[in-house]
Design a protein around this ligand. Sequence first.
Ligand code: 5AD
Ligand code: SF4
Length: 445
Amino acid sequence: MNVFIKTYGCQMNERDSEAIAGMLASRGYGIVDREETADILIFNTCSVREQAERKAVGKIGFIKKLKKQRPELIIGIMGCMAQHLGEKLFDDLPHVDFVIGTGQLHKLPEVLDSIIAERRQLALLTGGEEVLTSLGTHYRMTGTGEFQAYIAVTRGCNRFCSYCIVPYVRGREVSRDIADVVAEAENLAAAGVREIMLLGQNVAAFGLGGDTDPPPEGVSPFADLLAELNRIQGLCRIRFISPYPSYFNDKLIRTLGALDKVCHNVHLPLQSGSDRILKKMNRQYTAEKYLEIVAKLRQVMPDITFSTDIIVGFPGETAEDFNATRDLMRKVGYDNAFIFKYSPRSGTPAAEMEGQIPQAVREERNQLLLKELTDYTLAHNKTYLGSVQEVLIEGPSRRNPGRWSGKTGTFKVVVFKPAPETASGDLVNVKIIRSTAATLFGELV
Ligand code: 5AD
Ligand code: SF4
């Protein structure tokens, strides 16, 4: 039987889809990239903003027609929205056959066996701590090339930021064993992977046993993990997302600066530059503390670039609070930022807060930050002109197949004219001759 998997949301979901595909492929299922050729359709969903849920529900609703024509089609919903809405999904989408929560995804093969044997709706939403250890399989589908791979190192989140649904739908934070992660990375490297991206809702909390306080100075199992991974032959780049700012103690910062394979680009979610809003968000740092971490990281990696997540229009956000965010963004100078309009999620404390901000204001603030970000990157990318950058080649450029593209260690996209021997996964030097807000253009040297 053939399976089509559609993934919404973050890299963790993409990784989960890879693991699902790997599990099914090893049991003889075919993995296909078109719905029309599939016997089983799986939607791996996201709940972080309302828009993400609306998109998935719309798409799955649309499939109803297909199921009328082909009643034997099996349709399943997995991931965060499955966990969030559970069996209620069967009410709105009665043509769906199964709903599997985030902690049970490793049970998918059994669920499919049972549905194939006797057709009835099935929901599996609780239990299943063993999900962590059963996720080593990799199956390459989309997104990352053959030489890049995601490795999930922690799952879940204990931080409970007041706007965020993740702790409710992904559960408490758990870390894998360091030996497990290292073995997975070694296997990937032996298979030709050159760049790994470590994933976790709060990846820097790796190995802390779910403690909600950031570690004291001198303690950072995450730094220890990076040091182990840095030793693996064949790997040339290590990235990670997303670390909560307070977990950057001096030990972690020093380690990041000292390891040659760790990329000089850190995604450091800010959310807001106003201390008053950060407090209401239950984010446990101040703007000053955040800037201190940025400065320390710059000290050990002078060419470091930063990206971030920002929420505009959080309940009670005044013009002054918003200006504090603009101010902080200017001070850091982000090379990329994911700017989100606040979306109330039922069950989270922020959804009940007074002072919800009108949609039009959220939109306006969103647009302004996007514009200021582009102004910054346009100017900053000019500073690369004339420099030579080390680029890990990804493949032909999407916009112009006559050109190839790759990324610098600082996560800049570089487009260049390939040589006959140019191949994905190679490290090359490129001299930068032109730049836009999003891209650097150059020549092989
Ligand atoms: N509304 C808008 N953005 C949100 N995020 C998380 N929850 C919400 C919400 N309710 C954003 C945060 C987080 C990113 C993954 O999604 O910025 O870092
Ligand atoms: Fe959500 Fe905060 Fe956890 Fe990130 S750290 S997943 S924003 S609760």
